[in-house]
Design a protein around this ligand. Structure first.
Ligand code: NDP
Length: 383
């Protein structure tokens, strides 16, 4: 799959539970190196399941391919010429990857934009059906670019898809009655108000928005990876979408309405059900079977819902007990493993660190050394 290969580098995979999306229960495989992501995901999803689950939807699956024309002398004239050629250019695109059209996809529309006096962008929307589409689109664009050079004698700077997939959106919502949110003796209504307020902060402040979205992407990336998709493509599209109104904002919104907390998340999710590494990595087809999904749209609905559940769990922790309490045991476990503890020692060392209020790597090593010394003494006394 890659060049200069030396080995496989494996990541842990786990399953998030309690996902009820569009009235269907899902097991959600997640691949991540970060402790607590899967626990938080399942926790957020379980609250939403008790509230009736997620209602998710997807837009058309159109991806935008760009052809950038440079050294343009008269952009207005060029745009008119391209307009006249539109039908022809779309059919050149389709002929470059005919199987896509046979499957019901293909080039749908073409738009032009003036980027600067000498630069014009052509955006071609392509229905990619069940694939993410990058390679197919790039092939189609290069054929169109060649045609433009021939027919209009126009210089092309480059041709490539855009990862700002504004025509391939996934959306999910949840509606949680206040009582499901009560924690540690704090009324659900108070927690709901605080979550809505935290959501507002992510709309107002870029520093907070970046972290708010990182939490959402904790879940999204993990499923994108488990499903064999390109997480860099999803990340770049998500963050570009977060800044679509000129200011980078939280991707999700939370508001209160008639005794409910209403969450909503929308972002571009151009994931594939086929293509790329999907057919090559055996675990990916196992994960597709585990999820019992049959299409890219179904996968999109799950992934966007995972993003919202992840966000709910993070905000719930932040506005109640704080993020560290839930994270601490898992983070200590990572420290203890890094200190060299094996599976039979991990829990005891973590317990000792919690008892002693230690949170650092040196303490983990020292406690492990003491534990092993004591363990050895105990064994020699028995002998
Ligand atoms: P592929 O190149 O694998 O193309 C999709 C394949 O799926 C085609 O071979 C197609 O067959 C097949 N296919 C089977 N059934 C269907 C169906 N129902 N609908 C659509 N296709 C079907 O992958 P993509 O074009 O999707 O490209 C994705 C890859 O591109 C990812 O690995 C990504 O990392 C990479 N990439 C990403 C870029 C970016 O994001 N900027 C840039 C460049 C590459 P057939 O040939 O018969 O049509």
């Amino acid at each position: 799959m890659i060049e200069n290969y030396i080995t496989d580098y494996s990541y842990p995979e786990g399953i998030a539970f309690h996902y009820l999306v569009n009235n269907k229960d899902y097991l959600v495989p997640m691949v991540t190196e970060e402790p607590s992501v899967i626990a938080a995901s399942s926790h957020g999803a379980s609250i939403i399941a008790k509230a009736g689950g997620f209602v998710a939807s997807t837009s058309e699956r159109l991806m935008i391919g760009q052809i950038i024309l440079e050294n343009v002398e008269d952009s207005k004239k060029l745009i008119l010429e391209i307009k006249e050629l539109t039908k022809n250019l779309l059919s050149v695109a389709d002929r470059a990857h005919p199987s896509l059209k046979r499957r019901g996809g293909g080039a749908r529309w073409l738009k032009t934009r003036i980027l600067a006096k000498d630069l014009v962008a052509i955006d071609i929307a392509i229905d990619v059906q069940e694939a993410m589409g990058a390679n197919m689109i790039n092939t189609m664009l290069e054929a169109v670019a060649k045609k433009l050079e021939e027919v209009l004698n126009q210089q092309v700077l480059m041709s490539i898809l855009s990862n700002y997939a504004t025509e391939c959106l996934a959306r999910t919502t949840c509606k949680i009655p206040f009582e499901l949110l009560s924690r540690n003796g704090i009324a659900g209504e108070i927690i709901a108000k605080k979550i809505a307020q935290a959501g507002r902060v992510a709309q107002l402040d870029t520093y907070r928005a970046a972290t708010h979205n990182k939490g959402i992407m904790n879940g999204i990336d993990a499923v994108v990876m488990a499903s064999g998709n390109d997480w860099r493509a999803i990340e770049s599209g998500a963050h570009a979408y977060a800044a679509r109104n000129g200011q980078y904002r939280g991707l999700s919104t939370w508001k209160l309405s008639g005794g409910y907390l209403i969450g909503e998340l929308e972002l571009p999710l151009p994931v594939g059900f086929v293509g790329g590494s999907i057919g090559i990595v055996p675990l990916v087809s196992i994960n597709q079977k585990l999820m019992k999904i049959t299409s890219a749209r179904e996968l999109e609905s799950i992934i966007v819902s995972v993003g919202l559940a992840q966000n709910l769990a993070a905000l719930l922790a932040l506005v109640s007990e704080g993020i560290q309490k839930g994270h601490m045991r898992l983070q200590l476990k990572s420290l203890v493993i890094a200190a060299g503890a094996d599976a039979t020692e991990e829990d005891a060392i973590v317990d000792r660190m919690l008892q002693e209020g230690k949170r650092d790597a040196d303490s983990a090593k020292k406690i492990l050394r003491d534990y092993r010394k004591r363990d050895k003494n105990d064994r020699s006394q028995l002998e």
